[in-house]
Design a protein around this ligand. Structure first.
Ligand SMILES: [Zn+2]
Length: 199
């Protein structure tokens, strides 16, 4: 899950994935050095990271071994940048498909499956149910089909949790449970994989 092969000391700079500047994204941290977003992980391509550094909007915290050269300058590509000005996350995240799945940790709220996920109106629309944080839950397609136009009580399908409006902090916490597939070694100090550290 943590893909130790690409974060070992025979690092990716030696070839492969990180050898091409196109695949050298910079991890973007807030001014307090926490990632702007855990999931999806806040990443900029190297052009944006360098542009922001020249505009003095970010500090470069760590670099790749990879350099880019122009006639006038050569510099190593930033691997971690931090915003100079703290961006306050909005307290209440937008009601989007992605955020709803993230609230429910990409799991069907009826059976726990991670496959074939859809949305279920807990109180069906046909019974006056609204499309809101409080009435929409992640459900796999088979559970959604089985429940049909019934409430959980009518269908005898109890929910794992009552749908709720999450805070940004809650979504961030949930996002930390999904480590990125590709993780440069300089990012690790900023990603706090508590679970891994406690092992
Ligand atoms: Zn299910």
């Amino acid at each position: 899950m943590y893909h130790p092969d690409i974060i070992g000391e025979n690092g990716p700079e030696l070839g492969g994935r990180w050898a091409n500047p196109q695949s050298c994204p910079a991890l973007v941290l807030n001014a307090d050095y926490t990632p702007l977003s855990y999931y999806p992980l806040s990443l900029w391509n190297w052009q944006d990271a360098i542009k922001a550094a020249f505009l003095e909007r970010v500090d470069i915290i760590a670099e790749y071994d990879r350099e880019i050269r122009s006639p006038r300058l050569s510099m190593r590509l930033p691997s971690v940048v931090a915003l100079r000005q703290y961006v306050k996350p909005s307290a209440w995240p937008a009601f989007t498909r992605f955020n709803l799945f993230l609230r429910d940790r990409f799991a069907c709220q009826y059976c726990g499956s991670h496959d074939d996920l859809t949305f279920d109106h807990v109180i069906p629309r046909s019974q006056g149910g609204r499309t809101s944080w409080q009435n929409v839950a992640t459900a796999c397609a088979p559970c959604n089909l089985r429940k049909g136009g019934r409430t959980p009580a009518q269908a005898h399908m109890p929910l794992h949790q009552t749908p709720f409006q999450p805070t940004s902090r809650q979504l961030q916490e949930h996002g930390r449970a999904f480590p990125p597939h590709h993780c440069h070694k300089t990012w690790l100090d900023y990603l706090y994989w508590d679970v891994e550290l406690e092992v």
